[in-house]
Design a protein around this ligand. Structure first.
Ligand code: CA
Length: 232
């Protein structure tokens, strides 16, 4: 059973989420604040976290950072779906930059949320060995998609599930231009809202982690207005 941790201080929304999730056979924990959320996340190891940013005791972005800090020491980073009334692109970027996997603006339709939840939960399932190129070794960068291991200049690089997914799509077909909409559909599911900020944030993270000089990327190349490609 997929376990979802709902972190939300609005009791009506919690109630609606719990009813909808249980009806779809998810296991549900609910936390009304960040402190409870971190305690429950450590105790129950949820498969997905749904997180409000405006919490009574701490900012949701700090909850993301704390979860990521713990998760990266473990094996699979838990996917985090942010549910927030904050619509400014800086708020979205802050949440994604801290390690959120998806950002859903309130108010949302419950069906749409469930689609995005399924996409997030899928990302942590054991993925079949990808076909195509699965290992890259070049100028200080190694990436092994099968072992899920990346190193930069001999140091391990820790990537989130979303970052792995993006990297996998690009690396398995080196040199091929992957259109933005294809990347988005494969990683985040059906299109929603303005996709470009997601990709920009995630590609910037990948470059920061993998490129020798992130401002002049050699491997993760942007084709302005169209998409991205990986060069070995
Ligand atoms: Ca709130």
């Amino acid at each position: 059973m997929t376990r979802v941790l709902v972190v939300e201080d609005d009791p009506q929304l919690v109630r609606a989420l719990v009813i909808n999730l249980r009806a779809r056979h998810y296991g549900v924990d609910a936390a009304p604040d960040g402190t409870t959320a971190l305690r429950l996340a450590a105790a129950h190891r949820p498969d997905v976290v749904m997180l409000d940013l405006g919490l009574p005791d701490m900012d949701g972005v700090d909850v993301i950072k704390a979860l990521r800090d713990k998760a990266l020491r473990g094996r699979t980073p838990v996917p985090i779906l942010v549910l927030s009334a904050r619509t400014a692109s800086e708020d979205k970027a802050a949440a994604l930059d801290a390690g959120a996997d998806d950002y859903i603006t309130k108010p949302f339709a419950m069906d749409a949320l469930m689609v995005r939840l399924r996409a997030a939960a899928r990302r942590t399932e054991a993925t079949p060995v990808p076909s195509g190129v699965t290992r890259v070794e070049t100028d200080g960068l190694t990436v092994d998609l099968v072992a899920r291991k990346a190193t930069r200049d001999g140091h391990d690089v820790l990537l989130t599930a979303t970052e792995w997914h993006l990297l996998e799509i690009l690396i398995t077909s080196p040199g091929r231009l992957v259109p933005q909409k294809d990347l988005l559909r494969q990683v985040w599911g059906p299109p929603h809202g303005d996709p470009a900020p997601y990709l920009r944030v995630y590609m910037a993270q990948l470059r920061r982690k993998l490129e020798a000089d992130p401002s002049r990327p050699r491997h993760l190349i942007t084709e302005p207005g169209t998409g991205y490609r990986f060069e070995t």
